[in-house]
Design a protein around this ligand. Sequence first.
Ligand code: PLP
Length: 285
Amino acid sequence: QKDNLMTTCYINGKYKPLGKSTVSVTDRGYQFSDGVYEVIAVFKNEFVDFKLHLNRLFVSLKKMDMKINLNKNQIESIIKKIKKINQLEMGIVYIQITRGDQNPREHKYSNNLKPNIVIYSIIKNFEYLNKLAQKGVKTSLYPDVRWQRSDIKSISLLGNVLAANHAKKNKSHEAVLFDNKNMITEGNSSSIWIIKKNKCITHPLNFRILKGCTRHKLISILKKNKFKFEEKKFSITSLLNADEAFMTSATNFIMPIVKVDKYTISNGKPGLNTLKFRNLFINAI
Ligand code: PLP
């Protein structure tokens, strides 16, 4: 596969090497992080939850009051074309849409801006994650210092970046965020779940978390398999005392959590239900 800078990138109607794909300094994404993004995994040459991600992209655009001159079908064709040109068999397609260039710089946005649309792909090794899932991962707690509209998949990711870096410093796979009442919201880039007494629990959908596509897919798997689940807030203490814990995301699928900082979850091994759900998820894709 090609070196990443040579990867083909769609940028505002053109297909260019990623290394030669640029936007202006006056782009509102660069100036204000005024934009949205989406990540779609490709696993064994197939897109994972394609429609869920495509729909969420348009939901994010709507919530940001952004209009683009391409419809869902057109975006879908570009994503598929990028996968094909780059011969992507395992990895992600990344989509970023910013509100466009505005000069002079001003917080208030003009209504006649032309959004900058960028779509490219990145090779990722999901086999490595598969191996990791057999052992489970360590996570680290971090306060949820993000803005209050985490339901929008916006490129304003500073809180997530700080949390992820805290996790990295602590040799953790992911940061688990908690609010000012010590309740878990989500991961720095995942949804967080616990299992207690054979019931799956995850934070309810509201402004404080992203509506994860993997979360959505897992809920339908749970329903199909008649496994109890509830969308309700749970505390740090509940996480530490859970029978099983795991995270879900487009790239991790369903990843067992076996440690939270110095605390071990249950017996320190991936939960049996968690591994079962992971297999069901992989079979479903
Ligand atoms: N929450 C946040 C903050 C995320 O960034 C992500 C994914 O990147 C998720 C949850 C999980 O969403 P999905 O399952 O759609 O990847």
